[in-house]
Design a protein around this ligand. Structure first.
Ligand SMILES: [Zn+2]
Length: 347
């Protein structure tokens, strides 16, 4: 994806400017409408690219400036889903949310993010990454009155995601990431069909593929859930052996300030590791040395040429200034370790 050793990349979202959507609110509604909204989203995307470049990120994301929600904005563009007809469901067994209902066969009328991705492509010469929701996480954010089978609906979404991913690739996207936080919750389904559905979504892509599995944004419902998980978070132990044998190229995981035992990375030996070296649930800015230390610990279990320095999750809910400074901390920390790895001390 890039020739740089130990490249840096965001997981995905950045805070939006206040004139586009209310700050520090997850999934805030847009402040603009119609053509002004499209122009505003593009201006915000331009600013997101500019900040990533000047703070030294190697792989550039859109900062999710053109979407309100990482799952539902994709689903909104599909046929077969009724957004008026909402039901309250429990998301990842953690919090209730009002979600749309599947009322007929799902299909993609037209490309969803391809124009936005082409716009991102035009803004930078660096490699670009685009995130899509994973099939299992999509079905967990819906009520289904048509298929009445989570597996069947996931498979339909995987086919649609694959169509979208192929067009993103044709638009110049270098890295396609699927967000599957549901892999940390529904272990039986993940083993039965979740990983297979993910591979179907990524089938035939030449672009590098990433699966992002996390413990969620730093919001209260997630932080409360994390507090119940005990002193060691071993959820990745369920998915990693399957992903190690899968066709997916890279795994994005939480590390910094989490209770994930770092040696679990051994379970995905051979894959690229996008390691979360920035905590997104606190406004405290990491020092470069803290970031470096998290990366060094990972290097015991992953080869340096397979490590990508990243954030634990998206930064949408953070104040803008904090997200910007965390980007700088990430690249400064990665630079420390890059120097150490490329010129090891002669001892
Ligand atoms: Zn995440």
């Amino acid at each position: 994806m890039t020739s740089a050793l130990l490249p840096t990349a965001l997981v995905g979202s950045l805070p939006k400017p206040a004139w586009l959507a209310r700050p520090e609110v997850l999934w805030a509604p847009w402040e603009l409408e119609g053509a002004e909204l499209v122009e505003g989203q593009h201006d915000a995307l331009r600013a997101a690219v500019h900040e990533q470049e000047r703070r030294g990120l190697d792989i550039i994301s859109d900062g999710e400036q053109t979407r309100q929600h990482f799952v539902t904005t994709f689903i909104e563009h599909l046929d077969g889903v009724d957004f008026e007809n909402r039901e309250t469901v429990r998301i990842r067994n953690r919090y209730d949310a009002s979600v749309p209902t599947v009322v007929g066969a799902v299909s993609r009328r037209q490309p969803v993010f391809v124009q936005d991705a082409a716009f991102l492509r035009a803004q930078t010469d660096r490699p670009i990454k685009w995130a899509l929701p994973g099939p299992m996480t999509m079905i967990d954010t819906l009520s289904d009155r048509h298929y009445r089978s989570r597996e069947k609906l996931a498979w339909e979404f995987a086919t649609i995601l694959n169509q979208e991913a192929r067009e993103l690739e044709a638009a110049g996207v270098d890295v396609i990431q699927f967000d599957e936080p549901a892999f940390n919750v529904f272990f039986d389904e993940m083993k039965d069909w979740g990983v297979a559905a993910l591979e179907r979504a990524a089938e035939g892509l030449r672009a590098e593929t990433v699966v992002h599995i996390c413990y969620g944004y730093g919001i209260k419902a997630n932080n409360d859930w994390k507090a119940t998980l005990g002193s060691e978070w071993r959820q990745y132990e369920e998915s990693f052996p399957l992903l190690q044998r899968s066709t997916i190229d890279a795994v994005s995981l939480e590390s910094h300030h989490s209770h994930v035992p770092i040696d679990l990375i051994e379970l995905i030996r051979g894959k690229k590791v996008m390691l979360g070296a920035i905590d997104v649930s606190t406004e405290t800015i990491e020092t470069p040395e803290e970031v470096a230390e998290t990366l060094r610990r990972a290097l015991q279990f992953v080869d340096a040429d397979k490590l990508i320095a990243s954030t634990n999750c998206g930064m949408a809910p953070l104040p803008r200034r904090v997200a910007m400074e965390k980007m700088s901390a990430l690249t400064a920390g990665a630079a420390i370790v890059r120097d150490e790895v490329s010129s090891p001390a002669l001892v």
